[in-house]
Design a protein around this ligand. Structure first.
Ligand SMILES: Cc1cc2nc3c(=O)[nH]c(=O)nc-3n(C[C@H](O)[C@H](O)[C@H](O)COP(=O)(O)OP(=O)(O)OC[C@H]3O[C@@H](n4cnc5c(N)ncnc54)[C@H](O)[C@@H]3O)c2cc1C
Length: 228
C-alpha cells in the first residue's frame, strides 16, 4: 500500500549561528568592528538577551544572515503547494515531468480520512483507479508532463527547501497556528524541531504568531489565546 511517512532533515546550516546573529545585532550599536565583536563574543546569556530584545523590537535584518536547508520527503502536493507560496524560500522539487510514476504511486492520506476505515478504503480505491488511468495514458504515448494532470493533490512529493532564519520564524508564526492545515503544520513543526535540536535558544522564536503577539488575530480562534 503506497501510503508513505513524512521525513524532514536539516541538511545544511552555518556554523556559529548564535555568535553570527549576536554580531549582527551588536554591530548596530557598537563602536567595535564586527570582527572584534565576533571574536570577543563568549557570554551566551548576554548574547541571548540582546538577540531577544532586537528580535522583539522587529529589527529582523539581523536574522537574515542565517541560511538553512532541509531535505523533505513524503509530503503531498497539496502541502508543497502551500509551502511554495512563501516567497523568500528556494525550492528544488521532484519533477512530475521528468520522473514518471510506476504502478501505484505514493500518496499521503490526510489523518482524518486515514482514521476512518470506511473512508480510507474509498480513498485508496480512488488512488488505485487513478494510477490505472495514469498508466493507460503513459502506455498510449502521452508524455508524463501531460499524464500528470490526473494525479491528485495527495500525490507524494520530495524537495530541498532553503530559507533564512527570518523566513523560518515567519513560517512558524503562520503555519504552526491551528488554523493552518494539519499536514503543513506538521511539516513546519518538524522543520522547527530539527533547528531547535541544534540551536535550542531558537525555541522561543519558532512559535505560532499568537505566542509572539500575546493574543489571537484570527477570525476563528482555537481559544488558546484571548482574541484581539
Ligand atoms: C491559515 C492560512 C490560510 C490560507 N488560506 C489561503 C487561501 O485561502 N487562499 C490563498 O490564496 N492563500 C491562502 N493562504 C496563503 C497566504 O495568503 C500567503 O500567501 C502565505 O501564507 C504566504 O504568506 P506571506 O505572504 O506572509 O509570506 P512570504 O511570501 O513568506 O513573505 C514573507 C513576508 O514578506 C513580505 N512580502 C513578501 N512578498 C511581498 C510583496 N510582493 N509585497 C510586499 N511584501 C511582501 C510580507 O511582509 C510577507 O509577510 C493561507 C495561509 C494560511 C497560513
Amino acid at each position: 500500500m503506497p501510503e508513505v511517512k513524512m521525513s524532514v532533515k536539516l541538511i545544511s546550516k552555518p556554523e556559529n549561528i548564535l555568535k553570527t546573529v549576536y554580531t549582527a545585532c551588536r554591530t548596530c550599536y557598537s563602536a567595535l568592528l564586527p570582527q572584534e565583536i565576533f571574536e570577543a563574543a563568549d557570554d551566551e546569556e548576554k548574547m541571548l538577551s540582546l538577540i531577544s530584545r532586537v528580535i522583539s523590537s522587529g529589527h529582523y535584518s539581523t536574522i537574515e544572515h542565517i541560511q538553512l536547508s532541509f531535505a523533505i520527503s513524503n509530503v503531498s502536493r497539496a502541502c508543497t503547494h502551500q509551502l511554495v507560496r512563501h516567497r523568500h524560500m528556494s525550492f528544488s522539487q521532484k519533477s512530475q515531468r521528468y520522473v514518471k510514476e510506476k504502478g501505484d504511486f505514493d500518496y499521503i492520506i490526510p489523518t482524518e480520512i486515514a482514521s476512518n476505515p470506511a473512508l480510507k478504503e474509498k480513498f485508496e480505491k480512488h488512488m488505485h483507479h487513478t494510477a490505472l488511468i495514469y498508466e493507460d495514458l503513459i502506455n498510449n504515448g502521452i508524455k508524463a508532463e501531460d499524464a500528470r494532470a490526473v494525479l491528485p493533490n495527495a500525490a507524494s512529493s520530495s524537495l530541498v527547501a532553503s530559507l533564512n532564519l527570518r523566513e523560518l520564524i515567519h513560517l512558524a508564526n503562520l503555519r504552526l497556528c491551528t488554523r493552518a492545515q494539519l499536514e503543513i503544520r506538521t511539516l513546519i513543526k518538524k522543520m522547527c524541531d530539527e533547528v531547535i535540536k541544534e540551536e535550542p535558544w531558537l525555541k522561543e522564536h519558532l512559535v505560532p504568531k499568537c505566542e509572539r503577539l500575546g493574543y489571537c488575530d484570527e477570525d476563528k480562534s482555537c481559544g488558546r489565546m484571548p482574541q484581539k
